[in-house]
Design a protein around this ligand. Structure first.
Ligand SMILES: NC(=O)c1ccc[n+]([C@@H]2O[C@H](COP(=O)([O-])OP(=O)(O)OC[C@H]3O[C@@H](n4cnc5c(N)ncnc54)[C@H](O)[C@@H]3O)[C@@H](O)[C@H]2O)c1
Length: 421
């Protein structure tokens, strides 16, 4: 097996909580070779390097920091990622973990430099950009995975199969919720999570819209999102809460509430769920997922987390570090499974084409990419583009006080304010 070099661009919360530990584990299981992490400044890189949790879990493993951690904390390097990517061998992997509004530029930079890509969700904020990414990636035979990790939650996969087996009926009405902790307001979010850039629906609501599409295959056709604004500690104004309503092509409705406001002291550590109702022949079907309380309660002698809460719901399903037969601890959960699926897929593609001529290699890579698109488990630009349309529609709606935005499909999909039609 030929392992891939991985460059992670962005060293913030998602890199700390999921991406770097997953990549470290894939390094010791043979899929990843060298690891570089590039951030805007040294502050997050120092936090990653000095993490006790990380060094206990992955003893002896390390990454190369860009900028080097010896640089002064105040210095900013907004363009350094370009240099780091340009110095990679061709057809390795770039993991994009920057604020939403930079995904497009970094993904394009990676593709320009012949790199496979894994991007955190949402891939981009405009549908046209997804198309561009899909096209250039396919032409070059480069794999692009989007990190919609809820697709890898076993309960989602079970629901998808049951739906396909027609065990529920026709989706008609649903409700989803994802409320992240209040302490997020004090994080680096305050620098980029501003009203003009993003909102809680785009940030996390999109997971559940993607999930309903993943389970049912139904396309969203109307989006309305209203927001509640608030101030971050640094004075920036952002939407702290959002309430969205999605109509699907069969007329079914999904409402989604999101926010940065789950109490830090509460047992969560967030609140999330999905309930869907279905119409059958003279009866109804239902899916009900409580996605944060998975039936495990711990009460610790000393409080954990930001607010030091003692009593906690523990989810073994998203991401946890657990003992294993090897050294340290290993990451388990659908978060890891999702990261692993994209990185191992890129690795498999590259191993499959080892020794082939450039022409045969391109044809084979394109074939494998089309198979992943068709399978629809790993989110790719081709099989998750509805999310970009929803995100684009949501941004228009929330900035127009919740007006309904229509998504038109056909040859030239686009979003349009219903009042302007
Ligand atoms: N549930 C999920 O799927 C999930 C969860 C969290 C975050 N995310 C996504 O991950 C992305 C990052 O979120 P986060 O929570 O890690 O944010 P964050 O604010 O904690 O981190 C952002 C990082 O980007 C880096 N950065 C900014 N500009 C840069 C530049 N020019 N060059 C290099 N690095 C730069 C910063 O240094 C920082 O390390 C967002 O798109 C977010 O939506 C997804």
């Amino acid at each position: 097996m030929n392992a891939l070099d991985v460059v992670i661009v962005g060293g913030g919360m998602i890199t700390y909580d999921l991406l770097l530990p997953s990549v470290y584990h894939l390094q010791r299981t043979g899929y990843v070779a060298g690891i570089k992490v590039c951030a805007l400044d040294t502050i997050p890189l120092k936090a990653l390097k000095s993490s006790v949790e990380m060094s206990e879990a992955f003893p002896g493993q390390d990454f190369e920091a860009f900028p080097p951690v010896s640089e002064p904390e105040g210095n900013k390097y907004p363009e350094l990622y370009k240099e780091v990517i340009a110095n990679m061998k061709p057809r390795q992997m770039v993991v994009v973990a920057m604020p939403d509004q930079f995904h497009y530029t970094v993904v394009m930079e990676a593709l320009k430099n012949d790199q496979h890509v894994l991007c955190v969700k949402p891939l981009v904020l405009k549908y046209e950009q997804t198309l561009e990414i899909e096209k250039i990636a396919f032409e070059k035979g480069l794999f692009v995975g989007v990190e919609y990790h809820k697709r890898f939650d076993r309960r989602s996969l079970i629901a998808k199969r049951s739906f396909e087996l027609k065990q529920f009926g026709d989706f008609v009405m649903g409700e989803a919720k994802l409320i992240e902790p209040y302490f997020y307001r004090s994080s680096n979010f305050q620098n980029w999570f501003t009203c003009d850039k993003t909102d809680p629906f785009v940030y996390i609501g999109c997971h559940y819209v993607d999930l309903v599409y993943f389970i049912t295959g139904l396309k969203p056709v109307e989006v309305s999102v209203s927001g509640i604004k608030g101030k971050f500690p640094n004075g920036n104004e952002g939407y702290m809460w959002a309430n969205g309503r999605i109509r699907f092509e069969n007329n079914a409705l999904l409402s989604v509430i999101d926010g940065l406001g789950y109490p830090d002291e509460a047992a969560g550590s967030n609140d999330q769920s999905l309930q869907m109702f279905f119409e059958g022949d003279h009866k109804t079907g239902m899916i009900k997922h409580d996605d944060q309380f998975r039936g495990i309660e711990h009460s610790y002698l000393n409080g954990i987390g930001c607010a030091g809460s003692h009593f906690n719901y523990v989810s073994p399903d998203f991401y946890k570090l657990v003992p294993w037969e090897g050294q340290g601890y290993k990451p388990v959960g659908y978060g890891f499974d999702s990261v692993s699926a994209s990185i191992t897929m890129a690795c498999m593609i590259e191993n499959e084409v080892q020794g082939m001529s450039e022409t045969d290699s391109l044809v084979k890579r394109q074939e494998m990419i089309l198979e992943v698109d068709k399978k629809g488990i790993i989110a790719t630009p081709a099989n998750s583009y509805i999310n970009e349309l929803v995100v684009e529609a949501a941004r228009v709606s929330i900035l127009n006080d919740g007006e309904i935005v229509t998504i038109e499909y056909g040859n030239d999909p686009r979003v349009i304010l219903r009042s302007k039609k």
